[in-house]
Design a protein around this ligand. Structure first.
Ligand code: FMN
Length: 367
């Protein structure tokens, strides 16, 4: 931890954030290409404990901590994520059409706020190219982790044609995923968040569930700025279409809700990291209270430590993810979080992580 924080991170943080990201991923790609290097890497970060293992969506998770969507948009490190102790990784978001996204710069660090401002606009390789990369990875060596693939609407496709666009991505990518995430909330794309509205969302769910003949678990990823009626509509539709889970939350679009301190706070984009965690926890608790145990919740937003992850689990999340926390915390962070989770369970005299789910749901109030 200290080595990353004291040496590597200060060097990476001298670079523009996207350049640092590209450089890191190019360096790490070597572990995705050679199984023996991958195994060596895993030795540094391995940690396993029976109290963290769970069967969720019919899949065996080694631990509840996953990589959030957005870091591996270009399908570069699909085989490497478990070496950092991630119990699962979400790749994407991927759209049917390849997209360059917004012009650079489009990512800013807000260090005083332990946050990031993200303005990528869904840049990715497109579903066809991404599918090829999943096949290449599969042919290199056997993947050990659980992989989710996040699909989103192509920017140039009208809202009314969203269902068809999602369906094409789903058909190309579903076979490479253990579960599929329908991302409804891309705050950096004009009008995109509107898909969280019932009238636009229902045809997407109807279409994808009708194509889901292999019964792949499906999750919806939702935003941090939802109104009560949007959230209620989502809960209604998740139950109606028997979806496996809801991922809460994506970036916060409305930055005026937060009192930020960092110098780049006025740059365009939506917010990730610590400031969005409270609202994310409230949304998780609201979902949990209204889930009637019919779907699971994957919680994220501002997870940096075991304590942060545990809060989300106690609010009602079965699994947890992080993006910003991994960028700030570095390669050791997931192992640390998992180790701390085991200690926190012991402190609470619990023997398994599933005993903690929803324990503090009544501490949160939303709307
Ligand atoms: C650089 C970056 C890119 C992101 N891109 C996506 C994306 O393509 N799809 C998506 O569903 N979420 C995306 N997100 C949102 C994250 O998955 C996550 O929901 C959000 O950052 C809150 O988690 P965090 O506080 O741990 O970062 C992105 C986040 C970051 C930091």
């Amino acid at each position: 931890m200290k080595f990353y924080e004291k040496i590597i991170r200060p060097i990476l943080f001298l670079l523009d954030p996207e350049t640092a990201h590209i450089f890191t991923f190019k360096t790490l790609a070597i572990f995705d290409h050679f199984a023996f290097l991958n195994k060596i890497l895993a030795k540094f970060f391995s940690f396993s404990d029976a109290s963290l293992k769970q069967k969720v969506f019919g899949l065996n998770f080694e631990n509840p901590i996953g990589l959030a969507a957005g870091l591996d948009k270009k399908v570069e490190l699909t085989l490497t994520w478990p070496a950092f102790n991630f119990g699962f990784a979400e790749i994407g978001s991927i759209t049917y059409q390849p997209q360059v996204g917004n012009a650079r710069p489009r990512l800013w660090r807000l260090p005083q706020d332990k946050a990031l401002l993200v303005y990528y606009g869904l840049s990715n390789l497109g579903a066809q190219n991404s599918a090829k990369k999943f096949i290449q990875a599969k042919n290199r060596f056997k993947r050990k982790n659980i992989l989710a693939i996040s699909i989103a609407k192509s920017n140039d496709v009208a809202m009314e044609e969203a269902a068809e666009d999602y369906a094409k991505s789903f058909q190309l990518l579903e076979e490479h995923a253990d579960f599929v995430v329908i991302n409804l909330s891309c705050p950096n794309v004009k009008n995109f968040c509107g898909l969280q509205n019932k009238i636009l969302l229902e045809p997407i769910l109807a279409k994808i569930t009708s194509l889901n003949t292999k019964q792949k678990p499906l999750c919806l990823k939702i935003g941090n700025d939802l109104t009560k009626s949007e959230l209620d509509d989502i809960i209604f539709l998740v139950k109606k279409y028997n979806l496996a889970g809801v991922i809460a939350t994506n970036l916060a679009k409305d930055k005026s809700r937060f009192s930020l301190k960092s110098k780049d706070q006025d740059k365009p984009g939506a917010l990730a990291g610590q400031p969005i965690s409270t609202r994310a926890n409230e949304i998780i608790a609201y979902l949990y209270k209204n889930s009637e145990n019919k779907f699971k919740i994957i919680g994220l937003g501002g997870v940096f430590t075991g304590e942060d992850a545990y809060k989300k689990i106690k609010a009602g999340a079965t699994l947890v993810q992080l993006a910003t926390g991994f960028i700030y915390g570095g390669p050791q962070s997931v192992k640390n979080i998992n180790q701390d989770l085991v200690k926190l369970l012991q402190t609470d005299k619990l023997t398994h992580i599933n005993q903690a789910i929803g324990l503090e749901v009544n501490h949160y109030h939303l709307f």
